[in-house]
Design a protein around this ligand. Sequence first.
Ligand code: GLA
Length: 388
Amino acid sequence: MQEKVLEKFQEVFGGEGEIRTYFAPGRVNMIGEHTDYNGGHVFPCALTIGTYGVVRKRDDNKLRFYSMNFEQLGVIESSLDELKPDPAADWTNYPKGVIWAFGEKGMKITEGMDLLLFGNIPNGSGLSSSASVEVLTGYILKDMYGCDVTNQDIALIGQFSENKFNGVNCGIMDQFAIAMGKKGHAIFLDTATLEYTYAPIELKDAKIVISCSNKKRGLGDSKYNERRAECEKALEEIQQFAGVSSLGELSEEEFDKFQSAIKDEDRVKRAKHAVYENQRTIKAVDALKNNDVELFGKLMNESHVSLRDDYEVTGIELDTLAEEAWKVDGVIGSRMTGAGFGGCSVSIVKNDAVERFIEQVGKAYEEKIGYAADFYVVEIGDGPVRLA
Ligand code: GLA
């Protein structure tokens, strides 16, 4: 892979100077969905698939970007003097946003770059290819441009750029999972305090399988912001009766007691999901500590039902993937993962059932939806790294 991207870099940009190669992973969230902007817990892990970046500093202020995933777009040029979001700049708004965000945080970048990317995360899959690009860019600014930041800072700056430059009010989960990833471990993160622990995922006789719906997200981002606003409003309503600063502070019992404060049925459902999903995540991590993978899987299934019925972010594609998975013998748990509205599901599948799973779910999906899903058996990997 490294050779392929280096060769392409020479072909696209040519020239001399020090060239470095980096990698940042994608992520999958095992449980704890739409809790990260509600002060709750999440349980994601970094993957061994992700984004490769080849970069060279420039001595002027030009930014030249090229993606092997969007070759038809060619080289997209910009400069350090025009760090503004621009729809025509397409995917380059992600690295540009991070360079801008470093400036906002007092680390103005004054030398431009030539940057070539190649991602082996399926596009639009919801495995956080955009956060992967953001963390990759932040890591380059740390390692090559000498910015004095920790990986946790890179995650926070990445989220800041996504919120303020790219207009998606995402939480911290994706950037954190990627910047802080650890091989073989998921990260149990309290998004209210950023306290975290690493939990080993030791699935001796099972695998993590990602099923990609191949549904393009489209309206996803605006729906995402809408859900977030609904939760914020529900919290305000609850706050008239309870002294809490986030939905994540509530137990299920407390929520049931205060829910009548919420004056809209949909908002009740949204807030209920946020509260119950957070508690489910805490229980799931406990189950894993006790080696109770079966209970972990059951909680994954319940998470999907809540995202389907209360949070309403699944849709027929993700529902089909999860519901068909539940029917397969040897599936320990299955749920949609990430923002929803398309993207993928994550399943824990016994080793000897993986083939059957792919065949059975794949067939049922294609029959019902009219096009095929893709399946990936994935491994949990480390955070960003310089390769050469
Ligand atoms: C997206 C966002 C995350 C998180 C998930 C839902 O991936 O970027 O911050 O909110 O959706 O859990």
